[in-house]
Design a binder for this molecule. Structure first.
Ligand code: G4P
Length: 530
């Protein structure tokens, strides 16, 4: 136990995962509203203005010409200190989105009630599941016609393979949305379409056992449907088990409407109670106690060119133990160098705040003189902590890179290798071909443009990208496989990554299993552990 326990214990660091348009921005905004970090009440100027007050942080950042993927929002609520990590989801979905999840202790999964589980949610969920962090589900947009509630729960269970435990239950949806039934208190909280953007929603609370009052509030038909559903639910759903929640095996489910601000605060309160304090992180020598006195942190993201005028790089670190003090020296474990972190700051959506201290659970951004790599550890100089690396995640879009002016071969190789080392793109070469034929892989297509732009602007090299049809990549896990002799499918290509590890590219998803079946002992993985 260290001397800052109370500061660390009150921290909750999480990411919100969702498919674009499910309502992540709206929900974040409402969280901030409760935390008093923004104040829309009393100054509601229509939705458009209200939204721009804080969020679409990506838009704001773009307008200001700084990064598109840099934010963490910190605010206090009810004694908790909350860090929400931004997981860019629209066109700027990238490997950084996955890496950010490595810095979270839990995740809030937002699902559109009319759509159920969508592709991007599935991808992000997989990464959270790999880490075994707790996942809390908020089924949003109940003020619009939603799918049947049991169907939605089945969808989460079948698509994602996690058990569900509804904490509340919706009464109708769309025009017929009457509110939710809270299973623990056995009370009904009724829904009124409150003024958008305010936090003072008017709601009534009635006991389910008070039949007359309930019928008066929601009508007889809704009451009958609700009691039937509750009976079914009590018989069928998983028992609530906090240990199963904490290990990511069971997701508590809440229903609400972020836009009309219904069910958001109840969700936030339950979530904060159930979510974990900063988790211990693994090293080869065992876990490091977050409450320990000694500072330690790992780099999960490096952002180049945050400020066009300075061509700076910022390394984002998640503090894993102890307290960070800007005046103290730290050791960069990978190089053994002891130094002071330069200009530590908290990068928020709309400001950069210079920090003098921060605690386990927090995220800081520091100027990177070019020494940090993703996954590196910094810690108190007397310690030698080395956190396990951040996996490399599977890109989904591939292109062959053609250099337009072949005379500039050296700059080209230098540029593309550096950009790949920063983690913005991954580069591959055909088996036994050297850097003659370079294939680039990205998680989000925007990174193709970033690569082209940066090569032109920073290295003065022009390229052309020829799209390739591959969509699936697998690292070869089994050690004793002769890659040259592997028999695959006709749509398969053998390549190696920057570290010389062999991989397979596939056009069709079913080819993956066929290749495993055809080669005894072959093990493939969607992540590469570093
Ligand atoms: P995202 O960050 O997950 O991409 O979603 P965002 O919050 O931007 O929400 C996407 C759209 O869904 C927005 O509408 C937003 O107002 C709407 N929305 C979010 N939560 C709810 C909800 O609970 N109920 C309903 N009915 N709508 C919701 P938009 O028209 O795309 O944006 P705007 O122009 O209205 O701001």
């Amino acid at each position: 136990m260290g001397s800052f326990d109370s500061e660390i214990m009150r921290r909750r660091t999480f990411a919100i995962i969702s498919h674009p348009d499910a309502g992540k921005t709206t929900l974040t905004e409402k969280f901030l509203l409760y935390g008093g970090a923004i104040n829309l009440a009393g100054s509601v100027k229509g939705k458009a203005t209200a939204r721009h007050a804080v969020s679409d942080w990506m838009e704001i950042e773009k307008e200001r010409g700084i990064s598109v993927t840099s934010s963490v929002l910190q605010f206090n609520y009810d004694g908790y200190c909350i860090n929400i990590l931004d997981t860019p989801g629209h066109q700027d979905f990238s490997e950084d989105t996955y890496r950010t999840l490595m810095a979270a202790d839990s995740a809030v999964m937002v699902i559109d009630g009319a759509k159920g589980v969508e592709p991007q949610t599935r991808k992000l969920f997989k990464v959270c599941a790999m880490r075994g962090i707790p996942i809390f589900t908020f089924i949003n947009k109940m003020d619009r016609d939603a799918k049947d509630t049991f169907e939605l729960l089945d969808d989460v269970e079948n698509e994602l393979g996690i058990a569900t435990c509804p904490c509340n239950w919706p009464i109708g949806s769309g025009k017929a949305f009457k509110g939710v039934y809270d299973r623990e208190s056995q009370k009904i909280v009724t829904f009124f379409d409150t003024q958008k953007g305010t936090k003072e929603g008017t709601t009534d609370v009635v006991d389910l056992s008070d039949t007359d009052a309930v019928i008066k509030e929601i009508g007889e038909a809704a009451y009958e449907k609700l009691t039937e559903e509750i009976e079914l639910l009590d018989g069928a759903s998983a028992e609530f088990d906090i240990e199963a929640v904490r290990s990511g095996k069971l997701t508590p489910v809440f229903f609400g409407s972020a836009l009309t601000n219904f069910g958001v605060e109840i969700f936030l309160q339950h979530f904060l109670k159930m979510a974990t304090t900063p988790l211990a992180r693994h090293t080869e020598e065992g876990d490091v106690d977050p409450m320990g006195d000694d500072f330690s942190a790992f780099v999960f993201k490096i952002q180049a060119n945050m400020n066009k005028a300075h061509r700076d790089r910022i390394a984002f670190m998640r503090i894993c133990s102890g307290k960070f003090d800007a005046d103290c020296e730290v050791k960069h474990v990978q190089s053994g160098k002891v130094m002071r972190l330069s200009q530590p700051q908290q990068i928020m959506a709309d400001e950069r705040k210079i920090l003098s201290e921060a605690y386990a659970g927090d995220i800081i951004g520091v100027f990177d003189p070019g020494m940090f790599s993703i996954g590196d550890t910094v810690c108190a100089p007397k310690r030698n902590i080395k956190y396990e690396g951040i996996p490399t995640f599977a890109p989904e879009h591939f292109a062959r890179v053609r250099q337009i002016d072949t005379m500039k071969r050296k700059q080209f190789v230098k540029g593309i290798t550096q950009i790949a080392q920063e983690g913005a793109i991954q580069i591959f070469q055909e088996l036994n071909s050297g850097l003659e034929e370079i294939i680039v892989g990205v998680v989000g297509v925007l990174q193709f443009d970033v690569l082209k732009y940066r090569l032109e602007n920073e290295y003065n090299v022009e390229i052309r990208l020829e799209p390739l049809p591959y969509e699936h990549i697998r690292w070869i896990e089994s050690k004793d496989v002769d890659v040259a002799k592997l028999t695959g499918t006709s749509d398969m290509k053998k390549v190696t990554d920057l570290k010389g590890r062999p991989l397979l590219l596939f056009v069709n998803p079913w080819s993956i299993q066929m290749t495993i079946d055809r080669n005894k002992g072959l093990e493939l993985s969607e992540f590469a552990r570093n």
